[in-house]
Design a binder for this molecule. Structure first.
Ligand SMILES: [Cu+2]
Length: 141
């Protein structure tokens, strides 16, 4: 009985608050990533005062672009996809930790309140060059 009550409560909350999964909400043809905007020009776009969108490709065995620089206090929404195999997208000292699956665009947002260099790591084994697959996010104070 308690289970039924909880399921109804969770279902009603999810519907009334229009909850959606935090990632895997956009699709893309993995064979045409290089020709599909905005991934045809990966990189950082400023969308407001200390607000950015970062389009980063995860592919064997690198992130493109591998480095981005933002001012401290920036809110960045990361969008990533893969043209080849499954990768990971993990930024150290943040809650950004996504699976990058060909055919899907994953996204996550983080506010970088502290200056420093954050590592962007692939944390899903993707092949022989997996351990070379990293990038950096430079947050300037
Ligand atoms: Cu990898």
């Amino acid at each position: 009985m308690a289970l039924v009550v909880f399921l109804i409560a969770i279902g009603a909350a999810a519907l009334s608050e229009n909850m959606i999964p935090p990632s895997h909400i956009q699709t893309i043809d993995p064979t045409k990533v290089a020709q599909t905007p905005p991934f045809d020009r990966p990189g950082l776009r400023q969308t407001g005062q200390r607000q950015y969108e970062a389009y980063l490709l995860a592919h064997i065995f690198a992130f493109t672009p591998p480095h981005i620089t933002i001012p401290v206090g920036s809110k960045v929404t990361f969008y990533t996809t893969s043209p080849d195999v499954v990768h990971g997208f993990f930024i150290t000292n943040t809650a950004v930790n996504m699976m990058v699956v060909p055919g899907w665009v994953s996204s996550a947002t983080h506010v970088f309140r502290r200056a420093g260099t954050y590592l962007l790591l692939c944390n899903g084994y993707c092949g022989s060059g997996h351990h070379y697959m990293y990038g950096t996010i430079e947050v300037k104070g």
